[in-house]
Design a protein around this ligand. Structure first.
Ligand SMILES: [Zn+2]
Length: 65
């Protein structure tokens, strides 16, 4: 027989152990063009701007200017 835990861990203790396990969003920065949050080193999903130029075309009301 393998060694077994003497008691079950309560849900509170399990939660305390897992409190540091969470989804990692990565590095979120503010877009200098439209001030919306975007991932660093990625084109902005709102305005399509990257490094001062239009990198991707975004369909929607964000291109109203
Ligand atoms: Zn933007």
């Amino acid at each position: 027989m393998p060694p077994l835990p003497k008691r079950k861990y309560p849900k509170a203790r399990q939660g305390k152990r897992r409190q540091h396990i969470k989804a990692n969003l990565g590095h979120v920065v503010e877009c200098p063009q439209c001030r919306n949050p975007r991932l660093a080193h990625n084109a902005c999903p709102t305005c399509g701007n990257y490094h001062g130029r239009q990198a991707v075309t975004v369909a929607g009301p964000a291109l109203s200017d």
